[in-house]
Write a protein of this length. Structure first.
Length: 301
């Protein structure tokens, strides 16, 4: 005999129905998960009722409805305000709200003291990517390994999952590190387009060249990681720091000739020059990381 009984899906309580929260809720609802939603502005939560969500009158009601509670709010302070005085004993709190590593660790201690298991998270996606197969969206999780393993399938419905460790601050740390790299890339892209924009060079024709070049250069991150782990910044060097710094003069001169500010480039180029002045010309550029570490030992004055 074939059991045709419907598969039971883990119910979810969602705090926050902004653009990201709404996308998450719809993904879970589409997959058959009962969703109870609360939002500070009730109209946003009520909009999800048409998709099958149960709208809670308050955050406490949403938390009481289900064991698995997802927070996707504006910031860490909003999480504290929404859950102030709300009983969390026996609840599994997954915090998808963007925050810092320190906030993740503090919120984990706060939740544990109130009897909840806790996962912090960082969403590596924008709302249109949520619930879309092969969109590349994923969420970083850190904190309770037991909570993650128990709810892994449910958490994987809106986006892929990446568990990065038991330290609750690691999800935010990975999130911000990746976003920082992204912003550096965007800065380079902006400078590149600024250089060509007043010439007879179509941005649409230039863009494929830019994308292919950045794609080709991206694996340099693996070499940087290898050098950091070995402590040898001369390992596998192709273009040493002395050569790179010499070439940087051309970048600055071209910006000047094109009437483009070099303010997006100068901080990094200045770090390279400082590292070279310290006698590291035979290294790769990875050594500039030493100059960014504010906690490194400094020589006595």
């Amino acid at each position: 005999m074939t059991d045709n009984a419907p598969v039971s899906r883990t119910p979810v309580s969602l705090l926050g129905a902004g653009a990201m929260g709404t996308a998450l809720a719809r993904a879970w609802l589409a997959a058959g998960h009962p969703v109870t939603v609360w939002n500070r502005t009730p109209a946003r939560a009520r909009a999800l009722a048409a998709d099958g969500a149960t709208v809670a009158a308050g955050a406490a009601d949403a938390v009481a409805a289900n064991r698995l509670v997802i927070a996707c709010l504006l910031d860490d302070a909003s999480v504290g305000e929404a859950l102030d005085g709300v009983g969390l004993t026996g609840r599994d709190l997954v915090n998808l709200t963007t925050g810092t590593p320190a906030q993740g660790r503090e919120r984990a201690a706060w939740a544990t003291a109130r009897g909840a298991r806790y996962l912090d998270a960082g969403i590596m996606a924008v709302p249109p990517m949520i619930g879309v197969a092969d969109s590349g969206a994923y969420v970083l999780y850190s904190g309770s390994a037991a909570l993650f393993e128990e709810h892994r399938d449910t958490l994987a419905v809106p986006a892929g999952t990446r568990y990065v460790g038991t330290d609750p601050g690691f999800a935010a740390l990975h999130d911000v590190a990746l976003l920082s790299a992204m912003n550096g890339m965007f800065a380079g892209v902006a400078h590149a387009f600024a250089l060509i924009r007043r010439e007879d060079v179509a941005p649409g024709a230039f863009a494929p060249l830019l994308v292919s070049w950045l794609t080709a250069m991206a694996p340099a991150a693996h070499q940087a990681a290898d050098q950091l782990e070995s402590g040898d910044y001369r390992k596998g060097v192709v273009s040493n720091l002395a050569m790179q710094v010499a070439g940087n003069a051309t970048l600055l001169r071209t910006a000047e000739e094109q009437g483009v500010s070099a303010e997006l480039l100068r901080p990094y180029l200045d770090l390279m020059a400082r590292r070279l002045a310290d006698g590291h010309g035979d290294e790769d550029g990875t050594g500039v990381i030493e100059l960014l570490d504010l906690r490194r030992a400094r020589p006595a004055a």
